[in-house]
Ligand binder design. Structure first.
Ligand code: PHE
Length: 406
């Protein structure tokens, strides 16, 4: 019997025309890899916690930042988007990019979904780690479930300016301000300058603590609907700049709606897999889900700061197979990726669009994808891959209405 409801962690939600979360994804909810002692994601989380605990004390010597790592990934669409001022027509809301339980409920796409509720609880400085869900492309650094750590810090007038000479005369807010590239309309330029300094300083110190003081980093201007100004931090790793986090000065409207309108603050969100892949030299994001003792054993250290030299679990050879089909107008590549994930499971390492063309006479559109298959723990046989590939072909025809060109 196919249930009309979507069941998640013992709760039941009515299905509707927006529901697109699959059983495969729901199986991962509750795994909480970031809370599993000695898991590489747990080690990164613990190192970050410890850095913040030891570097930032409250007035009584208590840790300034509180840590939250057990909030349910099931959130309202309002929390994930509206509470962060993400407009109704914003591309990040696309059904093709998110896992909707139904029109009003989803698996969070970022830990920022909880900013407002934690600020509303009265918290001034917090870290929040959790699993997040996105229907991304398929390759060695993307997986539909990954983990983020959010950080928020708020300041009152006094907290921000008391350390500055003459600071008692300065104010976070000004009445006649204008929004520009540097600041929001309500903030004073001196407030933003100090907030931004504190934000960049905090994150630079974190990255130095994680990667060592020799690491090269750079700030890139960017845009988020919930911060202004906004930045991305990139770290140089193996001759390449890798984006590790997004951050910025929180939109004041969010703080107003959370009952903290007399404070201003910053927020950041970083990807735990990204950091772990760089720090431990982990070549493939699927390895975080491995139960292979050969993988997990390497992280069984007694002290989280002990260096870990990851020896790649032997990589078995890949096999690839192409698939081309005529696509209907309604076709969206994310639906195909999702189907490949459901049918091919973890055997699929990568899916890339090789080629597409539109027939000059009929106007029909054709697309060709390459699917790379690789098992993490053994060598795949041609026969196995052939069967999975054929199942993908069949399912794509029946579920997506494509016409195979094999
Ligand atoms: N939520 C953003 C993301 O997932 C990251 C971010 C968090 C940016 C907080 C700014 C402030 O990409």
């Amino acid at each position: 019997v196919i249930s009309q409801d979507v069941q998640v962690q013992g709760r039941s939600f009515p299905r509707d025309d927006f529901s697109n979360v699959t059983a495969k994804i729901l199986q991962r909810v509750g795994a909480n890899l970031h809370n599993e002692p000695h898991h590489p994601l747990w080690i990164i989380k613990e190192r970050i916690k410890e850095h913040f605990y030891s570097s930032y004390m409250g007035r009584w010597g208590n840790p300034l930042f509180s840590v939250h790592d057990n909030l349910s990934p099931v959130v309202s669409v309002e929390q994930n988007f509206d509470s962060l001022l993400i407009p109704p027509d914003h591309p990040s809301r696309k059904r093709g990019d998110n896992y909707y339980i139904n029109r009003s409920t989803m698996l969070r796409a970022h830990t920022s979904a909880h900013q407002r509720e934690l600020v509303r609880q009265g918290l001034d400085a917090f870290l929040l780690a959790g699993d997040v869900y996105r229907r991304d492309e398929i390759d060695s650094s993307h997986f539909p479930v990954f983990h983020q750590m959010e950080g928020v810090r708020l300041f009152s007038d006094h907290e921000l300016f008391s350390s500055v000479d003459g600071g008692q005369h300065l104010s976070l807010f000004e009445d006649s301000g204008r929004r520009c590239g540097q600041k929001q309309e309500v903030h004073s330029l001196e407030a933003v300058t100090l907030l931004q300094f504190n934000l960049k300083n905090t994150l630079t110190r974190l990255v130095h603590a994680l990667f060592g003081p020799g690491v090269e980093l750079r700030w890139v201007d960017c845009h988020f609907p919930f911060t202004h100004p906004s930045f991305e931090l990139e770290v140089r790793f193996q001759e390449q700049w890798m984006e590790v986090l997004g951050c910025g000065i929180m939109e004041q409207q969010i703080l107003n709606s959370a009952g903290a309108g007399h404070k201003a603050g910053w927020a950041f969100g970083l990807g735990l897999e990204r950091l772990a892949m760089i720090l431990f030299n982990i070549p493939d994001i699927r390895l975080f889900w491995s139960r292979d003792p050969g993988f997990l054993q390497q992280f069984r250290v007694t002290d989280i700061h002990q260096p870990i030299s990851f020896k790649a679990v032997s990589r078995f050879p890949p096999l690839h197979n192409d698939i081309s089909f005529w696509v209907p107008d309604s076709f969206c590549p994310q639906d195909f990726f999702e189907l490949v994930r459901c049918v091919g499971g973890d055997l699929v390492e990568q899916v890339t669009l090789l080629d597409h063309f539109t027939h000059p006479k009929t106007g029909r559109r054709s697309e060709c994808y390459r699917i790379v298959y690789r098992h993490m723990e053994r060598t795949l046989t041609q026969e196995e891959v052939r069967q999975t590939h054929a199942a993908i072909e069949r399912t794509a025809e029946s579920e997506l209405g494509v016409t195979g060109r094999y």
